[in-house]
Ligand binder design. Structure first.
Ligand SMILES: NC(=O)c1ccc[n+]([C@@H]2O[C@H](COP(=O)([O-])OP(=O)(O)OC[C@H]3O[C@@H](n4cnc5c(N)ncnc54)[C@H](O)[C@@H]3O)[C@@H](O)[C@H]2O)c1
Length: 288
């Protein structure tokens, strides 16, 4: 079952470029009202572009690591749209880090920079938005990464839905990724926030999921790739954004507390809701 997103009220962070831009565009194209922020002032032009698809658009330059900027953006978004019922915390930065080589000063700086945007940003955005959502219910989706998973699609539980999956019988090693200690920690932290909020907010009919993806063509990915050729199977931001829209459209009885993962080189589809181990709102609070 899927729920209409027409005239729902969505807030997306980090929407000037890449995946955030693709999500904002996909939602606007369904008629969802959208509010977007980014530290890059290009977000204002993106807001102008989105007006061709939906009636209400709000855009603000804001840094998700700064509490007052986040609060101001969220409150302005709620006032402009007449509420908030979808939050996509997407803004993030990546920085390769090397425990064997980096100076201690650099290690401290990298920790502060990455945690402040990726983890604190998700926390601040959600905490500012939740009071606006309590009366209406809705969806929070926090963007993570494929690094923090230990198996291929769709997790180690059951591959029967994916006979075509090239990693069907292969479990990825249960260790993290080299050169990403802080980045991966920030994304593991987001899973913790997501799981706790899923429980806290279920009685208010707010679903909370994290969504992590493998290599997806965006400015961030291309910068990390550098001069190397594009690996085969790299995903398109529009396709990944479409799955996030599908996740939200599951509606009030859909999954919650899930860590949705989509993988480069695998089918770009939403892992089935009915897989063993997945919680739905019905498990937590009964049918709506
Ligand atoms: N592209 C991939 O392959 C990939 C893979 C896994 C996870 N991710 C995650 O997806 C999300 C989006 O990544 P992307 O690839 O689109 O990156 P991107 O760099 O292309 O876009 C990120 C956007 O976030 C904005 N941003 C950065 N710091 C900000 C801040 N402090 N406040 C407000 N906005 C800020 C940037 O200006 C940019 O517009 C990130 O959380 C990233 O970690 C991406």
């Amino acid at each position: 079952m899927s729920t209409s997103l027409f005239q729902r009220k969505a807030l997306i962070t980090g929407a000037a470029n890449g995946l955030g831009y693709a999500i904002a565009k996909s939602l606007a194209q369904t008629g969802t009202f959208v509010s977007i922020c980014d530290k890059d002032s290009q977000v204002i032009d993106v807001g102008e572009e989105l007006r061709q698809w939906t009636d209400v658009v709000y855009a603000e330059v804001a840094d998700v690591s700064q509490p007052m900027q986040v609060k101001s953006f969220v409150d302005n978004a709620a006032a402009t749209m007449g509420g908030i019922d979808i939050v996509i915390s997407n803004a993030g930065i990546v920085r390769p880090t090397r425990p064997t080589k980096d100076s201690y000063e650099r290690a401290v700086q990298d920790f502060d920079d990455v945690i402040n945007v990726n983890l604190r940003g998700v926390y601040l955005t959600g905490r500012a938005a939740i009071p606006h959502m309590l009366a209406t219910g809705g969806d929070i989706v926090n963007i993570t990464t494929d690094h923090i998973h230990t198996c291929g699609w769709p997790e180690l539980l059951d591959h029967t839905h994916a006979q075509e999956c090239p990693w069907k019988d292969v479990q990825r090693p249960p260790v993290g990724s080299k050169n990403f200690d802080i980045y991966d920690s920030s994304k593991w932290g987001i899973k913790g926030i997501t799981n706790a909020w899923a429980r806290d907010l279920a009685p208010h009919k707010i679903r909370v999921n994290s969504f992590g993806m493998g290599a997806t063509i965006t400015p961030m990915f291309l910068a990390v790739l550098g001069d190397r050729p594009l690996p085969s199977g790299t995903m398109q931001a529009d396709d990944v954004a479409g799955l996030i829209v599908e996740l939200i459209a599951e509606g009030p009885n859909g999954r919650t507390g899930d860590d949705v993962q989509v993988w480069a080189g695998h089918p770009t589809v939403l892992p089935p809701i009915g897989l063993e181990g997945r919680l739905t709102m019905i498990d937590l609070v009964g049918s709506n």
